[in-house]
Design a protein around this ligand. Structure first.
Ligand code: ZN
Ligand code: ZN
Length: 386
């Protein structure tokens, strides 16, 4: 049997981005649903670099809609300084049983955290029975989300590639808006953009591409493309991103079909000024609310505050919307490695809409803009020269 002096329980770690391992490598697993803790604060469990033993929970733990017990494997990181050696459990078993096994194999824990925003009631019951009465299950919120926030160089490179694919697709498709063929619809522009992104190496669009035109559709920030025909004199809002190795990009450009009216030009210049003010405000230490205010003040100064009907931005990574958010109430403090959008807009039902959105990475002295499509004018670009 066991000796009387049992070793103290060791902490069990969720590993997000330790040295030598990027989120991309972990992408299939990095949206873990459970965190085990040996009666320690959870913050001690998030950073793998200095730790020696690691267990990573599996995103395969996501319950399927049929209510079947999720399957999972667990893995251990060894040789932490170099290329990780991943040891998988021999065969998948239920996620709850797997975690209980991992916790036990690592010395046991009296409290196990679970992500309250993601675990279903049914899965929670399974966890209760797998761990037994000796372990208390503690609800936690935002553990994985906060661990994912700051991106490493490899992640930023993937996001940058996703941005450049969307940039290239837009550069090829947008010129047709200068003189649209008769009957060209929002949906057709979306189809062309999404096909080009796949051809350029994306695994797909980052989200359903928004193509919104005319006084009604373009006034809706999240309009889904329809058979509406793109007409001269209208604005066209195109919100497009690519997906590369699980990482998203996000960008919006607005064009005017034909010669812009005075009002279209003025509103475009206003949104652009607000967007540039937002970009200039991005740096470590600024809160999401301060970034939002930097854009909003420019639009408010023109007497159009009520036309900017959404927040200024959001984080982008393995999810298209993740921490940190930039809106009126966000107290998130920007930090180096955050990848966030800056996307002010104005919308009015008899006019349409204008939004300009870039994706940036926060650097030590400001930010670097990852999306490079031209935005100085609402006129569609000329075709790229090859
Ligand atoms: Zn967007
Ligand atoms: Zn966005």
């Amino acid at each position: 049997g066991r000796g009387s002096a049992a070793p103290p329980p060791r902490p069990i770690s969720l590993v997000f981005s330790p040295h030598g391992i990027s989120y991309a490598h972990l992408a299939p697993w990095a949206s873990g649903h459970l965190v085990a803790e040996a009666a320690l604060p959870l913050t001690a469990l998030l950073h793998g670099r200095a730790l020696e033993a690691h267990a990573l929970w599996s995103a395969m733990a996501k319950p399927d809609p049929a209510g079947q017990a999720p399957q999972a494997r667990w893995l251990t990181f060894q040789n932490f300084g170099g290329e990780p050696e991943l040891t998988f459990s021999a065969s998948p078993v239920s996620a709850a049983e797997t975690l209980a096994h991992v916790v036990s194999a690592c010395g046991g824990a009296s409290r196990v955290g679970f992500e309250a925003a993601h675990v279903t009631v049914l899965e929670h019951e399974r966890q209760r029975s797998a761990f037994g009465a000796g372990v208390s299950l503690v609800p936690r919120v935002g553990v994985v989300e906060s661990g994912r926030r700051s991106k490493d160089d490899h992640e930023i490179a993937l996001i940058e590639r996703a941005c450049s694919i969307a940039d290239a697709a837009l550069a090829e498709v947008a010129p047709m808006l200068a003189d649209p063929p008769p009957g060209l619809t929002e949906a057709e522009v979306r189809n062309r953009l999404e096909m080009r992104m796949r051809e350029l190496g994306a695994s797909g669009p980052s989200y359903e591409t928004i193509v919104a035109t005319g006084p009604v559709n373009a006034a809706l920030p999240h309009h889904r493309p329809t058979a509406t025909v793109i007409e001269r004199g209208h604005t066209v809002v195109i919100d497009v991103g690519a997906l590369v190795d699980g990482y998203h990009s996000d960008m919006t450009r607005t064009f005017v079909v034909g010669e812009p009216s005075t009002r279209q030009r003025e509103w475009y210049e206003l949104v652009l000024a607000a967007q540039l003010a937002g970009l200039a405000a991005v740096r470590p230490g600024v809160t999401g609310a301060e970034l939002d205010a930097a854009c909003r003040e420019v639009i408010a100064a023109a007497g159009m505050a009520d036309l900017f009907v959404h927040g200024t931005g959001h984080g982008v990574g393995l999810l298209i919307h993740e921490d940190p958010y930039a809106n009126r109430v966000s107290d998130a403090v920007l930090q180096v490695g955050d990848v966030v959008t800056v996307e002010p807009g104005v919308y009015r039902g008899d006019f349409g809409g204008i939004r300009i959105e870039d994706l940036v990475v926060v650097t030590s002295d400001g930010c670097r803009v990852l999306t490079t499509s031209p935005k100085d004018s609402p006129c569609p670009p000329s075709p790229p020269t090859t």
